[in-house]
Design a protein around this ligand. Sequence first.
Ligand code: TYD
Ligand code: MG
Length: 471
Amino acid sequence: MAKPAHQFVCSECGTAYPKWAGKCEVCEGWNTLEESVMPKALPGGMKPKVKAGKIEFFGLAGVNPPPPRVPTTIVEFDRVLGGGLVPASVVLVGGDPGIGKSTLLLQAGAALGHAGKRVLYISGEESIDQIRLRAARLGLTKAPMDLAAATQLGDILASFAQFPDASLVVIDSIQTMWTDGVESAPGSVSQVRAAAFELIRAAKTQGFALMLVGHVTKEGSLAGPRVLEHMVDVVLHFEGDRGHQFRILRGVKNRFGATDEIGVFEMTGGGLAEVANPSALFLAERRGNVSGSAVFAGLEGSRPVLVEIQVLLAPNPGGSPRRSVIGWDSGRLSMLLAVLETRCGLKLAMNDVYLNVAGGLRVSEPAADLAVAAALISAASDVPTDPQMVFFGEIGLSGELRQVAQAELRLKEAAKLGFAQAACPKRVAGGAAKIAVPSSLKLLEIGHLTDLVAIVTRGLKPGVKPGSGGG
Ligand code: TYD
Ligand code: MG
C-alpha cells in the first residue's frame, strides 16, 4: 500500500508546505507549521471506491415557517434576540468584565424558569454560594433553575443527558471551560474553540438554546480572535460605562433577526431594570440654558432614542489642539470641524474640543452630524441652543444637509417628549414620500450649515460673529 502523503500546514494562516520549516513564509509566524495527512490523490481515470450520493437542489420559492420562539419575558432582551430565544440556537453574550453579563443571564434564566422552562446555569467563574448570593440580591431565590459550578467540558457534556427537557443552558464563561482533548491552557484560542464546538454540537443535537458568556479583550474583540463569532448564531454585546447605570444590549450578528436593535437596561441595587423609554432617561439630567449642548433625535434599530450631545471648547493657543470624543466617531468630528471652519467661518482651530454623548450611549449614525454641529456652534458662540429643539441630519463636505432615514419616527418621539421644534434637512421637492409632522412640533428645515449657525446664534447681537467670543 502506498504511504499516505504528508504536508505541513500553518496553524495561523493555513498555508501548506511540502516540508517542515521553522517559520511560515506567508504570515511570518514561528513554529506554526503542523503536520497533516493529505487525502490520497487518485491516479487519472480511477473512480473512488465509495459510491458518492447525490445532493438535492431546490428553488428559492417555498413556504418556510419562521423559527419558533421562546420569549424570555424580558422585553428588552427579546427585542434584541428578534422576538425571543430560538430553540437549538447559540447566543454569545460579550462584554467587559463587571458590566453585568452574569446578572443579565441569571435574570433571563430565572424569567424562563418561572415560565416553566428547564434552565441549566453552569458557572466556571463563581461558586454555587456566590451565585446564590447574587440570586438573593436579585430576589430570585425562588426561581426554578439548576445550578452547577464546573469547568471540565467532558463532565458537563455527560451531564446533559439527565436533562432531556432543558430549554436553555447558560455557560458563564466560555473562557473558563476546558477539554482535555486539547493541550493548551483554558482561555487559549484552541481551548475556547474546541469547548465552544462541543457545546454547540450538544445544543444542536439535544435542541436546547445555548448562551455563552464571552469576555472581551482590551482591544474590544471577543477573546479568541473572533473565532466564536463565526461559530454562533447570535452575537450580542453588553455595553456601558461602569461609572454609569445604563447598560445597552446590542445585536451584532443575528441569523434569525435584525442586528441593529438595542435593549436598554439600568443597573440598580437589585439587578438590571428594563428601560422602556430610554429617551426620557438619557435626557433626565439635562440642564437647559448651557451652551455646547444639543439634543439629537437618533434611531437605534427600529427605535427612536433622544440623547444629549455635549461639547466643551477650551482655549489652546499653542501646540496641537486636543480632540477627545466619547460615544461618537472622532474622524467624523474632525470632518465637521473642518466643514464649520471652511464653510461657515467658525474659528475652532485654537481650541481643544471635548465631545460627549451623555448617558454613555454610543452613537454611530451620521444623522447626528447636525446635533454635533449645533453643539459646536453653541459652544463657540456661548449661546445655548433652544432647550425645546431637537436636531437630526447628515452634513456633506460642502456644508449641505442630507436626508436621513425615518424622519417621521424621530419627530414623533420628539413630540412625545414635549419638544416644540425640530431642526432637520430641507425636504426636497419631488423627493422621498411626504412625512407626517406632529401638530405640536414646528419644523425648521435647513438647507446649508450657515442656516444652522443663524438658528443657533439667534440671540447674538448684530456684529458679534460666532467664534469671535466665548471659548
Ligand atoms: P456581573 O454580572 O458580575 O458582571 P460580569 O458577569 O459582566 O462580569 O456584575 C457585576 C457588577 O454589577 C458589580 O460591579 C456589581 C454590579 N451589580 C449591581 O450594581 N447590582 C446588582 O444587583 C448586581 C447583582 C450587581
Ligand atoms: Mg460574570
